[in-house]
Write a protein that binds this ligand. Structure first.
Ligand SMILES: Nc1ncnc2c1ncn2[C@@H]1O[C@H](COP(=O)(O)OP(=O)(O)OP(=O)(O)O)[C@@H](O)[C@H]1O
Ligand SMILES: [Mg+2]
Length: 237
């Protein structure tokens, strides 16, 4: 089992909102968990945390606690994942009306002061855009590995170029692109890589997920019944 220092820390990013970063964070987490790995989840989307909501279908989430001895944040164990999110400290309908420096401080606190324990992977669900959270996670906290999510869509592609430029400037390593919400099929259930995404980016396209009916997709994120076959057996391992 790996220690905090040697665990794989991977940010799931895009640049564009609503392309499936949070969903893919959970899909990958479930994939790794099913392979026997211990997975932690850090929600770095301070203004729009959705990770916990997607993880637990009911409202049964207890609030954040600290360890009295060490003062560290105690993460919650949900579906065998070790999870921390600002969601545990806020009431459900309350907005985080915070400027960038405070957002960065909170992300640092969640990452550095959580009692993660021994994990094999820590997956970090990034917010949309390329703002403060990116500089904090990639630069200040020195997370080096990024999985990019792309949709064959003008806005997504344009924002993804910006994210790639940020990653290059910070000398970070993209592990590759996951294409999501694909509507290109060779045979009915088999999506094919978008030629446009392939041509516009140097990064390898690791796998492609189809656009599924919404209701089915929500269930799939946590049970991988239909999506499992699209993920290569040796993905990240
Ligand atoms: N392959 C898919 N098939 C069907 N629906 C999908 C798929 N991927 C994502 N969705 C849906 O798209 C919406 C956005 O997904 P998600 O919240 O994971 O994106 P995000 O990139 O994390 O968004 P944000 O930038 O707002 O955090 C959700 O309603 C999700 O269920
Ligand atoms: Mg999200």
């Amino acid at each position: 089992m790996l220690t905090f220092k040697s665990m794989e820390k991977i940010a799931i990013a895009s640049g564009k909102g609503g392309v499936g970063k949070t969903s893919l964070t959970l899909i990958i987490a479930n994939f790794l968990k099913n392979k026997g790995y211990k997975v932690g989840l850090l929600d770095a989307d301070i203004h729009g945390p959705n990770l916990v909501q997607l993880l637990v279908s009911n409202d049964d989430v207890s609030s954040s606690k600290s360890d009295k001895g060490t003062n560290q944040l105690v993460p919650q164990i949900i579906n065998n994942f070790v999870v921390n999110s600002i969601d545990f400290s806020m009431s459900k309908k309350e907005a985080t009306i915070w400027r960038g420096p405070l957002v960065s401080k909170v992300i640092k606190h969640l990452y550095l002061n959580t009692k993660w324990g021994q994990l094999d992977y820590l997956l970090i669900d990034m917010p949309p855009g390329t703002g403060d959270a990116y500089l904090t996670i990639l630069d200040t906290l020195e997370i080096d590995k990024i999985l990019l999510v792309a949709v064959e869509d003008d806005f997504c592609i344009s924002n993804l170029h910006k994210t790639c430029s940020l990653i290059n400037k910070l000398n970070k390593q993209s592990l590759g692109i996951i294409e999501n919400l694909s509507e290109n099929f060779s045979v009915p259930s088999s999506p094919v890589i978008s030629k446009r995404i392939k041509n516009e980016f140097d990064d390898e396209i690791l796998f492609v997920l189809p656009r599924l009916p919404r209701k089915i997709f929500y269930q799939e994120v946590n049970n991988l019944d239909k999506l499992r076959r699209y993920i290569p057996e040796n993905f990240l391992i």
